[in-house]
Design a protein around this ligand. Structure first.
Ligand SMILES: NC(=O)C1=CN([C@@H]2O[C@H](COP(=O)(O)OP(=O)(O)OC[C@H]3O[C@@H](n4cnc5c(N)ncnc54)[C@H](O)[C@@H]3O)[C@@H](O)[C@H]2O)[C@@H](O)CC1
Ligand SMILES: [K+]
Length: 539
C-alpha cells in the first residue's frame, strides 16, 4: 500500500479489473462513493455532528459519477443534498449516467447555468441555507487541462461565499484543478492558486503521485485511501501488459529496519570495522560546523568509525569539539589520496562547509577516483555549477548527490527550467521525472531534497519521502539539517547499505527524528534523537 500511482497506471488497473471480470465500472463507482462516505466520517468526526446539508459538485466524467453515488448515500443517511452538475447530462459516460439517473429519481440536478453561486450564498442573508459539506466531484485523475474560466470563477465565488471553516470540503480522488501525476495545479492564470483547499481528499485503491508531490498536500488537506476491492497482485499476475505498466512503480520511503539492526545473525560477535569507517571532509577554520554535524550523524546512524578530515589550520577548532569522532589532517586532494590508501575507509561525505573552490573540485575528483561510496552535497555540488559535465564525467553508481532546489537548478538548469514552468496541460512534469532525467544524465543516485524528497537510481528504484500529513516536519527547515542528512547517508553506506537504500533509510530517519523531537529542533538535535527513533522503530 506504499505505492504512488500515476493516473495512467490507475486506469490500467481499472481496465484490467473490467477485462478480467474482477469488477464492473458500476461496482467500482458504488464502492468509490461508499468509500468516500466512510473515509470522511472517520477522518472528520465533527462532520457527523454537523449533519445538515451537503452540496455535491459533479463533473462530466467518472469523478462526477462518484459524486452522484455520494449524493444518494448521504440522502439515505438523512442529509439534505443538492447536486450541481458541470457538464451535459446527455454526454455522461454510461456508469456516471446511470448514477445521475438514479439520483434524478431522488432529487434535482442543478445545471451549471443555474449555479448562481453569489445569488444563492453571497448576500447578507443567503437565499439558500448554506451547506455544511461541499464535495468536490468535478475532476479526478482525468483532468488534463486547466478548469474552464467560467467554472473556475464559480468555484472562487463559492470559496468567497463559504470560506474555509464555514463548510467542510471533501475532494473525491483529487482537488479539481490539481494534476494528479505531479501535484502541480493546472492553473497558469492564477499562478497555481486553486479555488479552495480541501479538508480531506479521498483517493481510491492507492495514493496517486499528486497526493504527495509538489503542492498536492497543501491542496488535499489530508488524505485517506478507500479500498474499492481491486486485487492488484492478482491482476498483475494474470496480465503481462499490466505488469509492464506497473513496472516503474514509485514507492514511499521506508527504513530498512533489518539492515539497521546491529548484531543478530548477520553479525555474530561484530567488531566496529564490520560497520565500516566513514570519512567526512571539513572546511577551513570557522567553517567546520557543517562537517562536524555530518560526522556526528554518520556515527549516530551506526557507522563503526567516523573520521573528520580537516585542513591543518582547522584542526584545533575541530579537536576542541570532537570526542567519539576521530580527526585527521587533510590539506587537500593529495592528502585525501594518501588517506584513502587505507582501504578500511569505505564511505565518504564531501560538501558541507567545504567552500566553492577549485580545491573542493580537486577533493571531489580524488574522492570519485577512489571509487569509494560517496555522498556529494552542498559546496561539492555548487563548485561544479559552471561546468557540471566535469562532475558528471566522473560519477559512478556508488555516488549519491543530494541537491536541494537551488543546487539542482545549478547542475541541471535546463531540466529545472522545464520543471518550474507553470504547466498548462497534464500530465505535468513532476519532481520524479525531473529527478529521473537528472540522475540519468549524472549517472549516479540522486536525492532531490524538499518537502517531497525524491530518490532515484538511474534506470532503477524511485522512492518518495514526503514530509507531509502525519509525517509533516516543518522544523526540518533549519540550518544544518541537510548536512546531517548527508552524514547519515555516508554513515549508512559505511555500514554496507547500497547507496539508494542508504538514501531512502536516511531520508526516513531524518524526518522521523524531526517529528520525534518536535518544535524547537535545531540541526544538532537530529543526530541526538536517532537513538530514540531507532528504539521506537524496533531496531
Ligand atoms: N480508476 C478507477 O479505478 C476508478 C475511477 N473512478 C473515478 O473516475 C475518475 C476518473 O474519471 P475520468 O477518467 O472520467 O476523468 P474525470 O472525471 O477526472 O474527468 C472527466 C473528463 O473531463 C475531460 N477533462 C479533462 N480536463 C478537463 C477540463 N479542465 N475541463 C473540462 N473537461 C476536462 C477529460 O476528457 C476527462 O476524461 C477518478 O478520479 C475517480 O473519481 C471511480 O468511479 C472508481 C474507480
Ligand atoms: K474531484
Amino acid at each position: 500500500m506504499n505505492e504512488l500511482l500515476t493516473s495512467a497506471q490507475m486506469r490500467a488497473i481499472e481496465q484490467a479489473a473490467f477485462d478480467s471480470g474482477q469488477a464492473t465500472g458500476l461496482e467500482l463507482m458504488e464502492r468509490a462513493g461508499q468509500g468516500v462516505i466512510e473515509a470522511m466520517f472517520e477522518a472528520l468526526p465533527d462532520l457527523a455532528k454537523a449533519k445538515a446539508k451537503a452540496l455535491i459538485l459533479c463533473g462530466p466524467g467518472n469523478n462526477g459519477g462518484d459524486g452522484f453515488v455520494i449524493a444518494r448515500l448521504l440522502h439515505e443517511m438523512g442529509w439534505q443534498v443538492s447536486c450541481f452538475l458541470y457538464g451535459d447530462p446527455g454526454r455522461l459516460q454510461p456508469d456516471a449516467k446511470a448514477n445521475h439517473d438514479r439520483w434524478g429519481e431522488i432529487g434535482a440536478v442543478v445545471p451549471f447555468a443555474d449555479w448562481h453561486v453569489r445569488e444563492r450564498w453571497g448576500g447578507a442573508v443567503p437565499v439558500e441555507q448554506p451547506p455544511s459539506l461541499i464535495v468536490d466531484s468535478l475532476f479526478g485523475t482525468g483532468l488534463t487541462r486547466p478548469l474552464a474560466r467560467d467554472l473556475d470563477e464559480a468555484l472562487r465565488n463559492l470559496a468567497s461565499c463559504l470560506p474555509e471553516g464555514k463548510a467542510w470540503r471533501v475532494a473525491v480522488d483529487a482537488p479539481s484543478g490539481l494534476c494528479m501525476d505531479s501535484g502541480r495545479p493546472l492553473d497558469p492564470e492564477n499562478d497555481g492558486e486553486l479555488p479552495s483547499r480541501q479538508d480531506l481528499t479521498v483517493s481510491f485503491h492507492r495514493l496517486k503521485r499528486g497526493h504527495m508531490l509538489g503542492d498536492g498536500p497543501e491542496w488535499c488537506g489530508r488524505v485517506a485511501v478507500a479500498d474499492i476491492g481491486l486485487n492488484q497482485p492478482a491482476l498483475r499476475a494474470a496480465r503481462p501488459a499490466l505488469r509492464e505498466q506497473l513496472s516503474d512503480m514509485v514507492q514511499l520511503a521506508e527504513p530498512d529496519k533489518r539492515q539497521l539492526r546491529k548484531g543478530g545473525e548477520d553479525y555474530p560477535g561484530a567488531h566496529k570495522y564490520d560497520y565500516g569507517h566513514a570519512v567526512v571532509l571539513s572546511g577551513g577554520p570557522g567553517r567546520t560546523g557543517a562537517a562536524r554535524l555530518a560526522a556526528r550523524a554518520a556515527l549516530r546512524v551506526g557507522a563503526g568509525l567516523v573520521t573528520l578530515a580537516a585542513p591543518a589550520p582547522a584542526m584545533s577548532e575541530c579537536a576542541s569539539q570532537l570526542t567519539a569522532v576521530m580527526l585527521t589532517r587533510c590539506n587537500g586532494a593529495p592528502d585525501l589520496g594518501t588517506l584513502l590508501e587505507d582501504e578500511r575507509l569505505n564511505a565518504l561525505c564531501l560538501g558541507p562547509g567545504l567552500g566553492v573552490s577549485a580545491a573542493t573540485r580537486d577533493l571531489v575528483l580524488t574522492a570519485l577516483g577512489s571509487r569509494r561510496r560517496c555522498v556529494l552535497d552542498a559546496d561539492a555540488l555548487t563548485a561544479f555549477a559552471e561546468r557540471p559535465q566535469a562532475l558528471f564525467a566522473h560519477l559512478h553508481s556508488g555516488v549519491v548527490l543530494t541537491p536541494h532546489a537551488g543546487e539542482f537548478a545549478r547542475l541541471f538548469p535546463d531540466i529545472w527550467a522545464r520543471f518550474i514552468a507553470c504547466p498548462e496541460q497534464g500530465p505535468a512534469i513532476s519532481k520524479i521525472e525531473a529527478a529521473q532525467e537528472a540522475a540519468a544524465r549524472a549517472g549516479c543516485i540522486l536525492l532531490f531534497k524538499g518537502q517531497d524528497t525524491v530518490i532515484v537510481e538511474p534506470g532503477g528504484r524511485v522512492v518518495v519521502h514526503a514530509a507531509c500529513y502525519e509525517r509533516a516536519a516543518p522544523w526540518l527547515a533549519t540550518a544544518g539539517a541537510g548536512d546531517v542528512l548527508a552524514g547519515m547517508i555516508a554513515g549508512l553506506m559505511a555500514r554496507g547499505f547500497w547507496p539508494v537504500g542508504a538514501a531512502e533509510t536516511a531520508a526516513w530517519l531524518h524526518a522521523e527524528a524531526a517529528i520525534s523531537f518536535g518544535p524547537g529542533l535545531i540541526a544538532e538535535d537530529l543526530a541526538e534523537e536517532l537513538p530514540a527513533v531507532l528504539r521506537a522503530s524496533g531496531v
